[in-house]
Design a protein around this ligand. Structure first.
Ligand code: CIR
Length: 268
């Protein structure tokens, strides 16, 4: 199904709140295809700078304490899908991550009285979900299966949102859908080289990230700012030329554990 974009200008990506979780000492045991060891002190510094950036973009930041039993717990984005009209607890596709959801649900409880949830046999990671105004792209990946995608589509439909799937299972460089795509608002997408083309993006403008800067395709648009990973000058120049207000953040220690900027927060 194609993407139906509203003609009116959307006040998109305006958020008041965010949830982040500090990485623990066990972060060095997080899942990683990269195989490099993170420097925990540096990860903590980078995480703190990330939280400060969200606050400077106008978000109230709820910071959860580290959970040593869940090495990947800092990647809170994977535990929930949150939209204006509904919040959905996910069921992460990696078994070691299933236990992360309950604590985030408790933190979110202050803001959302009711949550929907993905049930077995569905699995779904928040990193596979890209909201495009009132439409959701749902990535089918090694973490998000068809049952999870179908459940999410049904829940979203009940709350007045449309959705379509994007199959990234043939893209080994993408752990999650949002490893390769960011919606910038205003019908523009930042995409990694080789990101599947298809009807879902047909109505939008693709800004292709340089092949040498593929990691930077995961960015965060928040309240008129775009957070990008530091060290990707071609993308920074391109976005500045389009008059975006950008802010570059050091992400080296999270990149080692396959995480990008969006993974480190829930924004709502
Ligand atoms: C994992 O493999 O689950 C973590 N090490 C990285 C998760 C990154 N999350 C995301 O892209 N949304």
């Amino acid at each position: 199904m194609g993407l139906v974009m509203p003609a009116r200008i959307m006040a998109c990506m305006q958020f008041a709140n965010s949830i982040v979780r500090v990485p623990g000492r066990s972060f060095c045991q997080a899942l990683s295809a990269v195989g490099a060891q993170p420097d925990i002190a540096k990860a903590l510094e980078q995480h703190s700078a990330y939280s400060n950036a969200l606050a400077e973009c106008g978000l109230q930041v709820t910071t959860m304490a580290a959970d040593e039993n869940h090495p990947d717990g800092t990647f809170v984005e994977d535990t929930f899908v949150i939209a204006d009209r509904v919040a959905i607890a996910t069921r992460p596709g990696a078994k070691t991550r299933l236990g992360e959801v309950a604590a985030v649900a408790a933190a979110l409880g202050r803001f959302r009285a009711h949550c929907e949830r993905i049930e077995p046999p569905g699995s779904l990671d928040g990193g596979d979900i890209c909201q495009v105004d009132d439409h959701f792209l749902i990535g089918l990946s090694a973490r998000t299966n068809e049952a999870g995608a179908a459940q999410l589509a049904g829940i979203l439909a009940r709350h007045g949102y449309t959705s379509s799937t994007v199959d990234i299972r043939g893209c080994p460089s993408l752990l999650h859908l949002k490893s390769g795509i960011t919606y910038l608002g205003d019908r523009r997408f930042l995409v990694a080289p080789g990101f599947p083309s298809g009807p879902a993006l047909a109505a939008g403008q693709r800004i292709e990230v340089d092949p040498a800067e593929a990691y930077a395709a995961n960015a965060v648009r928040v309240n008129g700012h775009i957070l990008i990973a530091a060290g990707f000058p071609r993308l920074a120049t391109r976005l500045a030329s389009l008059s975006y207000r950008i802010r570059a953040l050091e992400m080296s220690e999270f990149e080692k554990m396959d995480g990008g900027l969006s993974c480190l927060s829930l924004r709502f």
